[in-house]
Design a protein around this ligand. Structure first.
Ligand code: LR7
Ligand code: MN
Length: 559
């Protein structure tokens, strides 16, 4: 698209001024008068290195443990690393390092918005200082901290007092806990910059992160750009830098229970890349770290303000932006680190079901008939949908109409054609219950190599216990990958393998083709080598045994 002809109303003002200075933006233009902690090149964690823990006293061990359970990352280590640490040598690809950003047309001014709830002092301050240290002053209009009703004392008056000297940093308060979506909306409303750049409250920006995002926005004002997200190790705070020689191109994706994930870009996209300054088109964004023109954010419908606390808004935004005329991209030259934790340390005042309700809202608004694939796999979501207890979505439907957004099938065909679309109406589906043991087939929480299947108490939620009997006679568990129940020769336990029918095969693998006899409740294999063998539970294992219609342990039903 031509940058001089942006696609939404009011966007023509975004193409930059006619008069602008010559030359390039320079990192030396950071605000010199802002007091900053001095970087200690020998200090713990310097150059992005891991924090090394020596022998710890009992008191230190207690502090470390408490920090871990409060934050889900090693606050003990974070507290001992300077607020201002260097991240060491620039390991990005040479074309990223050499790239210069012209002042004409000028890049837009940016409001960085950081939302937080009970964030540790050291991680929050390191996020702020890393923005101040890596963003040219002319581009950084302000940093807005939005407090989602934190209860920890350090985030009250002491935070305001501390950031006063930083001039361009201010704190907005959400008095009542509403979650990150409302907090981001508050920050966005108050922002004075042309661009909004959102960050989580435990990030560190790598040298030169901002300019490539802004440059892309002036080229394509209807894009939402994400940096490439580096991992800050939650246990030792090591900043794991991208290594140019081992660059894998990762993009964002989702699965059929609407969880966000990552995947390598398809080979045909990889070979088309000329160099690393080119953006990576992505079906979905992680949601925490992205930049967007404020005007475009408003044009495209900000967020669904009835989504609460956490979750779903990133997938909602991903679908909406693509369907309603925008684009989502990852800019590899822009690198921002984030502390990934395994579990949220925050309480959810209304319980974890809010996440599912957020997902139902997005499915109802954007997924058309395909939402059924989600509901089949998440029973709680299906129940919320059936009871219509997901709130009013009429405003979002109006928005969809106003923006003339496309159908979800367009998204699947054009934006994410690699994504497998399961049957909307499989022959049988639900949980596969063993009649004798009253337990259900489950792929296990961790499914090493995608192989194990276990029996687990039937929870009737779908998710890990979701299986469907397809029109090709497979028994598939297909939320993310397409996994098929795969017969083995006794005593080897039955497992799941990638479905043959999906990997380019035109028929299921013989070990993946089952006959389900509803009358006798038996499941047997059509494969001749396992002729007359039935799926059976023996001592808690699932194996193939000679069929015996009278044996309860060979009886199964979909519930
Ligand atoms: O109730 C809350 N209120 C908040 O203000 C819960 C959280 N928060 C804040 C929190 O302090 C943090 O700054 O919101 C931010 C995100 O919460 P995290 O860090 O506890 O969770 P997360 O890193 O898993 O969040 C990811 O998924 C969220 C789903 O709603 C949002 O989209 C986050 O922005 C997103 N974070 C990222 O995309 C960072 C990159 C990593 C990935 C994937
Ligand atoms: Mn986070």
């Amino acid at each position: 698209m031509d940058a001089s002809a942006p696609q939404f109303e009011g966007a023509s003002s975004l193409s930059g001024d006619a008069s602008c200075p010559s030359g390039f933006y320079s990192m030396k233009e950071l605000r010199p008068h802002i007091e900053r902690p001095q970087e200690d090149p020998e200090g713990p964690g310097a150059d992005g290195n891991p924090f090394i823990t020596g022998i710890m006293t009992h008191v230190e061990l207690t502090e470390k443990q408490e920090g871990l359970s409060r934050n889900g990352f090693n606050q003990f280590a974070s507290d001992r690393i300077s607020f201002h640490r260097s991240l060491g040598v620039d390991t990005r690809p040479p074309e990223c390092i050499e790239k210069k950003f012209s002042r004409c047309p000028r890049l837009p001014t940016t409001s960085v918005i950081i939302v937080f709830h009970n964030e540790a002092w050291s991680t929050l301050l390191r996020t702020i200082f890393s923005v101040l240290h890596t963003s040219p002053a002319v581009l950084l209009k302000e940093i807005i901290l939005v407090d989602d009703a934190s209860t920890q004392d350090h985030l009250k008056a002491p935070l305001e007092q501390y950031v006063q000297s930083l001039e361009i940093v201010r704190v907005l308060r959400q008095r009542e806990r509403k979650g990150l979506i409302a907090a981001k909306l508050l920050g966005a409303r108050e922002a004075g910059g042309e661009v909004l750049a959102f960050l989580d409250s435990h990030c560190e920006c790598f040298y030169g992160w901002l300019e490539p995002l802004l440059e892309r926005l002036i080229q394509e004002p209807t894009t939402v750009v994400s940096p490439s997200i580096a991992v800050i190790n939650k246990d030792n705070l090591q900043f794991i830098k991208p290594v140019a020689s081992a660059l894998t191109h990762t993009r964002g994706k989702f699965d059929w229970i609407l969880s966000f994930g990552w995947e390598t870009i398809p080979e045909e996209e990889r070979v088309k890349r000329k160099d690393e300054t080119y953006p990576v088109r992505t079906p979905a964004i992680a949601g925490g770290l992205f930049a967007i023109y404020k005007q475009f954010f408003e044009h495209i419908g900000t967020y669904d303000d009835k989504m609460e606390f956490w979750g779903g808004e990133n997938i909602e935004m991903s679908f909406r932006v693509w369907l309603c005329g925008g684009r989502l991209e990852i800019i590899p030259c822009s690198v921002v680190g984030h502390i990934f934790r395994t579990k949220s340390p925050h309480s959810f005042p209304k319980g974890m079901d809010v996440i599912i309700i957020n997902q139902v809202r997005l499915a109802e608004v954007w997924m058309d008939d395909y939402r059924k694939i989600f509901y089949n796999r998440n029973k709680k979501a299906a129940a919320f949908e059936a009871e219509k207890s997901y709130g009013d979505i009429s405003e979002r439907l109006k928005l969809k109409e106003k923006l003339h957004c496309k159908n979800f099938s367009w998204y699947l065909e054009n934006i994410y054609p690699e994504f497998f679309v399961p049957d909307l109406n499989p022959v049988l589906f639900g949980s596969l219950k063993s009649i004798a043991t009253k337990t259900c087939l489950d792929i296990g929480k961790k499914n090493p190599g995608g192989k194990s299947v276990i029996l687990f108490i039937c929870h009737n939620m779908g998710i890990n216990q979701y299986f469907e009997y397809t029109s090709h006679q497979e028994l598939r568990h297909n939320i993310d990958k397409q996994l098929c129940l795969h017969a083995t020769i006794e005593p080897e336990p039955v497992r799941v393998e990638l479905c043959n029918f999906q990997r380019g095969g035109t028929v299921p693998a013989p070990q993946q083709m089952w006959s389900f006899i509803l009358v006798s409740q038996q499941i047997y294999l059509l494969h001749s080598a396992l002729f007359n063998k039935c799926l059976m539970v023996e001592y808690g294992n699932i194996i193939m045994k000679s069929c015996d219609p009278a044996n309860d342990y060979q009886h199964w039903s979909f519930i």
